[in-house]
Design a protein around this ligand. Sequence first.
Ligand SMILES: [Zn+2]
Length: 224
Amino acid sequence: MTYSWVGPVAGADEEGAWEALVATARRTVAEGLVVGTSGNVSVRVGDTVLVTPSGVPYDRLAPGDITGVDLDGRQVIGRLVPTSELPMHLAVYRATDARAVVHTHAVHATAVSLLVPELPPVHYMTAALGGPVRVAPYAAYGTDELARNMLDALTGRTGCLLQNHGTITYGASLDQAYDRTAQLEWMSRLWLTAASVPGRTPSLLTADQLAAVTERLRGYGQRP
Ligand SMILES: [Zn+2]
């Protein structure tokens, strides 16, 4: 490991957030959104970003592996090297009110990124991501160029596809960020399934239909 300095001991808030982060990372594998050590998850606690370390299988992550950086990417907790996709995670936190970010190589969503510049609005859950989900143009993983392309594609959205690479979504919590990834993968699968029927073209929702759903989603869920 290149990091020999051990940062400040993580507090109870960070330790609790780390436990939730590890559970979310394991869910991405268990539910087939990630294979092996691809993909990564982060969560923001104050001005610290806890993030999965590079190259460690999620089933082996332990409380002592907690890894945290500040918003400039300087390591402030732990000794494991943070994910190589750190520039994307930090770009999201600096530009939005995100509290959690999930990045995967989910197969159907990644397949869509090879075919079109935007996932066609085949389902009303498009509105839950802020509108039709764009594909960020390809750039090498871990680069600032990829982070810039991603931020452009995220304008007005809570998720996007990364061309020939995967997905990224964010939310107010790990559960929300995870659910948006799962919905994005499901919608990608839906479109690919419908679009692969020979001689037929899937119907799409109109901008007006999506706007009406956006209104309804504002009031969706349990009453407080
Ligand atoms: Zn990746």
